[in-house]
Design a protein around this ligand. Structure first.
Ligand SMILES: [Ca+2]
Length: 433
């Protein structure tokens, strides 16, 4: 029950600090409404340019925890609130998952669904029928934020049957995130065979927090893995150090070998899998329509960040950021610093992000190229409208459900599929009404 009680305590802490004095005006009045993007700028490919940019007050949230940190540019936080026009419905496909974490679609539209603390993987039909747990997966360290995390279907699944997953691996002297792959053998008693561990986050350290763990395949057959910095100070200080995997995005080949065009392959002592450095804990990652990687990082109290990680760049954690310790103690002298990238967008108070999809479907034309992020403490599905790689509008969907949203993916027919983080976690589907 330790996992449950810790989760509850963390949730209560996050929830508690986001429920201070409500701001009746819905935002800080000194912030410009829709500055930062001028209407004459060219639109992103595939986005209709004639849409006027949103204006007005931001999403109604509590005041910032760190008001002395000001954005580096207009539109970096608290952009105007927007509202979806398409009427939609939420359908429960299945329930009874113990803190589920990730969804991946098989070619026949069935879903792989992971359960974080139990390490169980299920195959779920579009109608919600659940298989027995897939056997043959290695054991996980399921405490706190560990366990079985993401799952992806390999790009060559039709030929190889390979699926890929991330998990907190129990090790001699501690634990650490690992990526494994194996052949899925379908049937009444599904199993995996030929399990290969293709990546291990190093060094080994004892921590049950900040594992990271999202997997994203790219069209050129590379695999991004997002990694956390373990939360404890010994890990946090390694987030900008290229000799450690902590707090990094890494990029590997599907067999675990290192692509020779990675940015640190010729840097002495560096981990050659590293793509970008200076991240805190990345539980949200997705490709956009141009097949570029975007991530959202879980911040401390204040300071969740949307970033577009580029090869060899430094995203600053723990040197810069927009938040503070949960105790209220300062972490950063400044939210900005030389040689370090600014987030595209940040949240204070936080949304507590997990899961991410950038919409390309046909069911919701008004959502095309919008970014969707699961909100845990914020108990919402967060929607961002983008223009020229900047955020121009924000919406909090599903707030009436009062659920922690762990995962969001786009299904093959253009619906959004969600997982709620609970001991009776649910698989939900959003479609137009
Ligand atoms: Ca940063």
């Amino acid at each position: 029950m330790r996992t449950l009680s810790m989760t509850f305590i963390l949730a209560a802490l996050l929830w508690g600090c986001s429920h201070q004095t409500p701001d009746p005006t819905g935002g800080t009045p000194q912030e410009p409404a829709d500055a930062g993007v001028t209407p004459q700028e060219p639109a992103d490919a595939g986005v209709t340019p004639e849409e006027p940019l949103p204006s007005g007050p931001p999403v109604d949230t509590d005041p910032p925890n760190v008001p002395e940190f000001q954005p580096a540019f207009p539109g970096q936080t608290r952009v105007p609130a927007i509202k979806t026009k398409t009427a939609f419905q939420v359908t429960q496909i299945a329930s009874g998952f113990r803190n589920p974490w990730a969804i991946a679609f098989l070619p026949d539209q069935r879903m792989l669904v992971t359960e974080k603390p139990t390490g169980a993987l299920y195959i779920v039909t579009p109608q919600g029928a659940k298989s027995p747990a897939v056997s043959g997966l290695p054991p996980v360290d399921g405490r706190n934020q560990g366990g079985l995390l993401d799952v992806e279907v390999g790009p060559d699944y039709a030929q190889s049957g390979l699926i890929y997953w991330t998990y907190y691996e129990p090790r001699q002297g501690g634990n650490g995130l690992a990526v494994a792959r194996a052949k899925l053998v379908d049937g009444a008693q599904p199993r995996v065979e030929g399990v290969q561990v293709i990546f291990r986050m190093m060094p080994t350290l004892e921590s049950t927090l900040h594992a990271g763990g999202r997997l994203v395949f790219t069209p050129d057959n590379k695999l991004f893995v997002t990694l956390g910095e373990r939360s404890i100070l010994e890990g946090r200080v390694q987030a900008r150090d290229v000799k450690s995997h902590f707090g990094k995005v890494v990029r590997i080949n599907p067999d675990g070998t290192v692509p020779q065009d990675n940015p640190y392959v010729n840097t002495p002592g560096a981990k050659p899998e590293i793509w970008s450095v200076g991240h805190r804990n990345i539980l949200s990652a997705a490709l956009d329509s141009q097949k570029r990687l975007w991530i959202v990082e879980m911040g401390p109290r204040g300071g969740d960040e949307l970033n577009r990680p580029e090869a060899g760049k430094d995203y600053g954690w723990p040197t810069i950021g927009y938040g503070e310790e949960y105790s209220g103690a300062p972490i950063h002298q400044s939210p900005q610093g030389p040689g370090m990238e600014q987030p595209v967008y940040y949240w204070d108070p936080v949304i507590a992000p997990s899961g991410m999809a950038i919409y390309t479907g046909d069911l919701f034309p008004e959502w095309r190229n919008n970014v969707f992020i699961g909100g845990l403490a914020s108990q919402a599905l967060v929607r961002l409208m983008m223009r020229n790689d900047r955020v121009v509008g924000e919406e909090r969907l599903l707030t009436d459900l009062k659920v922690r949203v762990r995962e969001v993916v786009q299904g093959p027919e253009g619906a959004l599929y969600l997982l709620t983080d609970a001991t009776d976690g649910k698989l939900l589907k959003l479609t137009p009404r």
